[in-house]
Design a protein around this ligand. Structure first.
Ligand code: ADP
Ligand code: MG
Length: 162
């Protein structure tokens, strides 16, 4: 696990961009945390970091379920599972298949669908009790896909070390 703390939204976006710098095609990033924790903010920084045009507006795909961005090098799918009640609905979205095809997938509320998503990085964001602009961010992993990058990721996130 990697523990980090950010004290404003820009820092969370920067941290996300640092994660994006180590991302590879086929990666799935799962974001967990309550409403307002900063999941969409994370995706905004992540998208910028991976090369999505700054002209694209990154917003929560709460009603459309998935937004797709093409950087020219990689396709990034941004999903929000908040409205999906059943795991079979999540399976129907085919997120894992998109990753298997070589795309990158970022999933808000993805922790509810851990077993459907297979190997992935988990980023959980939590609002600090004593500071509404502070977030405790814990990065962990399910599966082996980050083993060879883990030390690099630790170094990349060290400046936000908790
Ligand atoms: N350190 C921080 N990291 C992320 N967001 C923060 C932070 N401090 C304040 N905020 C604010 O919290 C809100 C997070 O909203 P959002 O990213 O939409 O959350 P979620 O997608 O988890 O519901 C934004 O209004 C953002 O400006
Ligand atoms: Mg959101």
């Amino acid at each position: 696990m990697i523990d980090a703390r950010t004290t404003n939204v820009n820092q969370t976006e920067e941290l996300a961009a640092a994660v994006a710098s180590l991302v590879r095609p086929r990666d799935i990033i799962v974001l967990s945390g309550e409403m307002g924790a900063g999941k969409t903010a994370f995706v905004r920084g992540f998208a910028a970091g991976i090369g999505v045009s700054p002209d694209e507006t990154v917003s929560s795909p709460t009603f459309t379920l998935v937004h797709t961005y093409d950087t020219g090098t990689v396709i990034v799918h941004h999903a929000d599972l908040y409205r999906l009640g059943r795991l079979s609905d999540v399976e129907d979205l085919g997120l894992r298949e998109l990753a298997d095809l070589g795309d990158v997938v970022v999933v808000e509320w993805g922790d509810v669908a851990e077993e459907v998503l297979g190997h992935h990085l988990v980023v959980s964001l939590e609002v600090d009790d004593d500071n509404e602009d502070s977030r405790h961010i814990v990065v962990s992993v399910i599966g082996q896909t980050w083993d060879s990058r883990w030390e690099q990721l630790k170094r990349a996130l060290a400046k936000w070390g908790d």
